[in-house]
Design a protein around this ligand. Structure first.
Ligand SMILES: Cc1ncc(COP(=O)(O)O)c(C=O)c1O
Length: 480
């Protein structure tokens, strides 16, 4: 066993074999432990710093030892999001075919920058883009990009939007930048995800340029609010940001009404559909997203509801020429193959992981029915968890679950308790549930109230998990 890797010869796979075999065994042992291990992390910051904070030696260490140490040192710091009782934030699991494809992607170590650096990676993305548009019900002619996540999908799509709205005013952003450009205004849901604001900031559009649009009790933009704002300055270059799947309620904006209204004023419509766009894959839930195809751009994730391993997001743009103009940058050494998909013309990275393979595997493994089944199963579990936890003594369901999200809170039983006490109680109950190791939830503040969010996005969640979690939450409420 040598500590200094030597170049691999055709017959010499020995350096890989033992460590990859161990990686396989450790991965399987981890996955097998998910059902009995605590879902939350059990190690604190100091412990993890001590465990992983080994000195970096001058002399290297054998790969097998590095792996064994790594697996031992992360003990207590790996959160059970790959399992079926994790409902925090919006984080999906990873289906077997996608995990396996992700492993071979690492072995292939392709640079998916352009067709020439990996023809197969480019082709996998080309195919995957078509499948995704079909399954999500987006226009067949839309261009697309595979990004690290929805955050960068927003950056990608909104860069195209910025190009387009300024071009309408005779301004070439890619040539002249933003200095001296007509001011862009953003009309966005007041419930928008913070990744939208961050994407805008990265694109040179500050918070002061964002106008919040009033929303209703399901976090849907009120048509009147959009109409009023559009009226306010009809000539301004405008991007309207709507939501397919609000992070708290799972609510959908009324695209059918709002998109034509925005288009009539020359605005671009961008949709944050990080998880909600997947409603389009199910006949049952598709009506929630009615009219979403009328938008100009969309951002969503593969690592949330499609259950592709991190990291994986998708951007789609109905105006490919604006998309390409905003993102592409040619160089003499890039060797573009004109007839092929050169990924860097569409996404914000240069060198990058060939993440199309895992998505390709996920979609083939699930098939159209499998994706639809996954969506419907998660929605069923979210509804059941929200309703049953909401019926427990001291709990309250706050919004009728429409998708894979549910909102509950826990009420302080003391006479005269107000919002502050209920908020404290909600946070305390969340912490106590997580401490049982039986489930993992996160809190949020929704329309001024502290809430526990229930987000079901994993293929692993079963009816038994739902039962087990309801029992665990009931136990915590009885004990408190
Ligand atoms: C509605 C919404 N938009 C955007 C994002 C950002 O997605 P990502 O973390 O994949 O960048 C999230 C993440 O939770 C989300 O829920």
């Amino acid at each position: 066993m040598t500590t200094i890797p030597v170049p691999l010869k055709e017959t010499n796979t020995a350096q890989y074999e033992e460590v990859l075999r161990q990686a396989y065994e450790k991965a399987i042992a981890y996955l097998a432990s998910l059902d009995r291990a605590p879902v939350a992390a059990t190690a604190d910051l100091a412990t993890l710093r001590r465990q992983l904070g080994r000195p970096l030696e001058a002399r290297g260490i054998a790969a097998e030892q590095v792996l064994a140490d790594l697996v031992a040192d992360v003990e207590g710091g790996i959160i059970g999001s790959a399992g079926g009782r994790f409902f925090g934030w919006v984080i999906g699991g990873a289906i077997p075919a996608a995990v396996a494809a992700d492993w071979v992607t690492s072995a292939w170590d392709q640079n998916a920058a352009i067709y020439a650096t990996s023809p197969a990676a480019s082709m996998a993305e080309e195919i995957v883009g078509g499948w995704l548009k079909e399954i999500l019900g987006l226009p067949a002619g839309a261009s697309f990009a595979l990004t690290t996540g929805c955050q960068m999908a927003h950056v990608t799509a909104l860069a195209a939007a910025r190009h387009w709205v300024l071009e309408q005013k005779g301004w070439d952003h890619e040539e002249q930048g933003l200095s001296g450009a007509p001011e862009i205004r953003i009309l966005a849901s007041d419930q928008k995800h913070a990744s939208v604001t961050r994407a805008l900031r990265l694109l040179g559009i500050g918070r002061a340029q964002v106008v919040d649009l009033r929303t209703d009790s399901m976090s849907r933009v009120e048509a009147k609010a959009l109409e009023e704002e559009l009226e306010r300055n009809p000539g301004a270059p405008t991007i309207v940001v709507l939501q397919a799947g609000d992070i708290n309620t799972g609510g959908f904006d009324a695209f059918e009404t709002l998109a034509p209204m925005a288009h009539a004023r020359g605005a671009w419509v961008h949709v944050d559909g990080a998880f909600g766009l997947w409603a389009g894959a199910s006949e049952k839930y598709r009506p929630l997203a009615r009219g979403v195809e009328l938008a100009d751009s969309w951002a969503t994730d593969g690592h949330k509801w499609l259950n592709v391993p991190h990291d994986c997001g998708f951007a789609f743009v109905a105006h490919p020429e604006a998309h390409r103009a905003a993102l592409s940058e040619n160089t003499s050494y890039a060797t573009f193959v004109a007839e092929a998909r050169n990924e860097m013309e569409w996404n914000p990275e240069w060198s990058r992981r060939a993440r199309g393979f895992a998505t390709y595997a996920a979609l083939r493994s699930l098939g159209r029915d499998g994706v639809s089944g996954l969506v419907e199963r998660c929605c069923k579990h979210a509804k059941s968890l929200g309703t049953r936890i909401g019926q427990l003594p001291g709990a309250e369901l706050l919004a009728e679950p429409v998708l894979n999200q549910a909102l509950v809170r826990f009420l302080d039983p003391k006479a005269g308790a107000g919002e502050a006490e209920h908020a404290q109680r909600t946070d305390d109950v969340i912490a106590a549930i997580n401490a049982t190791g039986e489930a993992f939830f996160t809190g949020s503040t929704w329309k001024g109230r502290r809430v526990m969010r229930i987000s079901v996005s994993s293929w692993q969640t079963t009816d038994e998990d739902v039962e087990r979690v309801v029992q665990a939450v009931g136990g915590v409420l009885r004990a408190k």
